[in-house]
Design a protein around this ligand. Structure first.
Ligand code: UD1
Length: 337
């Protein structure tokens, strides 16, 4: 069965392609290489022994999207990762985000709605909850006014899919990720941030390898046990496996509604200092850090209630924060060697 993975050469996309191929799916990747490289294909081949089809294509080009679906008329499902995801950049350049994350989604759905049936998995984010009132966060926690154009594209994306599924043969699962980290245990694929990393874990591993002098810990005055902010760090391989399970759910018509939403997290919150400690333990390296003021737009805490993912989807994170930090560190060492 042929599955389209957009953004399939990116961080989460590449790990998902590996899991799909391991489950026997035939994969076609669309990627415009804006934040990835064709070399990722080699890593996927090394792990799985299979080369996925790859089309370098920009989903903002409507005619190219139409032509792609003419060529690959046998696509049974789509996992849509391709999107921009830097919060700060989205504030500076909102239209880039609306074009990249919204137009592309619309063009994909326009093609899928012409099929007799289609399964669609969407990369959403726990950012839609803003600072939720209650921890852990359940899927029915209210969606809050977005704090950035990036966050808004995830909310609008969810709405577009929901409206479309109501009147078409498209069934969809919206996956709200908490904080994806780590790398494949083989070190053949992992996260490759361009320039100075904005996210915590790549900044830590780059500091560990000596590429950055010191980590800034944004805020030590949060109302948490150690004063630093709390997130739910989920191993990217666990996350990738959830996509395959979600896709199979739709393909096997096990879904209870046209659109279903699941939180993907571990259910465990970790503070910034706990992440540093975990890294120091697995790498036996000290991370120099300094407390800095809070980063604008950051929330105090976010961790998932995973009951619905566990019981309805039938997926549970297996790997720990230490596993994730160890794999991220092995990956960093390999990339710099
Ligand atoms: C961020 C985005 C989120 C997006 C996700 C995608 C913001 C506010 N949120 O999540 O919408 O879906 O990335 O990858 O940008 N930290 C430091 N020092 C650093 C970097 C981070 O202390 O150098 C802290 C942050 O303040 C935060 C935690 O580490 O408390 C995690 O930060 P990060 O990895 O950037 O993820 P989020 O902000 O949770």
């Amino acid at each position: 069965m042929k599955i389209l993975v957009t953004g399939g050469l990116g961080f989460i996309g590449s790990h998902t392609v590996v899991e799909l191929q391991n489950e026997g799916f035939e994969v076609v990747i669309i990627d415009n290489l804006s934040n990835s490289s064709e070399d990722v294909l080699k890593g996927i081949v090394k792990i799985t022994g299979k080369e996925p089809l790859f089309e370098k294509l920009d989903l903002r080009e409507k005619t190219a999207v139409q032509n792609f679906f003419k060529k690959h008329s046998d696509i049974a499902g789509v996992i849509h990762f391709a999107a921009s995801k830097a919060v700060g950049e989205s504030v500076e350049n909102p239209l880039l985000y609306y074009e990249n994350n919204i137009s592309a989604l619309v063009y994909l759905l326009q093609e899928l709605q012409q099929k007799t049936e289609a399964s669609f998995i969407f990369s959403s984010s726990c950012t839609v909850y803003g600072q939720a009132e209650k921890m852990p966060i359940t899927e029915d926690a209210p969606v809050q006014v977005a704090m950035s154009p990036y966050g808004n594209t995830k909310q609008i994306g969810e709405e577009i899919i929901t409206d479309t599924a109501k009147v078409t043969n498209i069934s969809a699962i919206l996956l709200r990720y908490f904080n994806p980290v780590g790398a494949h245990e083989t070190t053949e694929i992992g996260e490759l941030p361009l320039g100075v990393p904005q996210n915590l874990v790549p900044f830590i591993t780059q500091t560990g390898i000596g590429l950055r002098k010191e980590l800034s810990v944004f805020g030590n005055d949060y109302p948490t046990a150690d004063g630093t902010a709390i997130r739910d760090y989920i191993h990217v391989v666990d996350l990738a496996k959830a996509h395959v399970i979600a896709l199979q759910r739709l393909l096997n018509k096990k879904n209870l509604h046209k659109v279903e939403t699941f939180n993907l997290g571990t259910g465990k919150g970790s503070s910034v200092l706990e992440v540093i400690t975990s890294f120091e333990k697995v790498s036996e390296k000290k991370i120099p850090y300094q407390f800095m003021p809070r980063r604008e737009g950051d929330i105090t805490e976010a961790y998932a209630n995973t009951d619905k993912a566990n019981t309805v989807l039938g997926w549970k994170a297996q790997l720990t924060l230490d596993d994730a930090m160890e794999s991220a560190w092995k990956w960093e060492q390999k990339v710099r060697s």
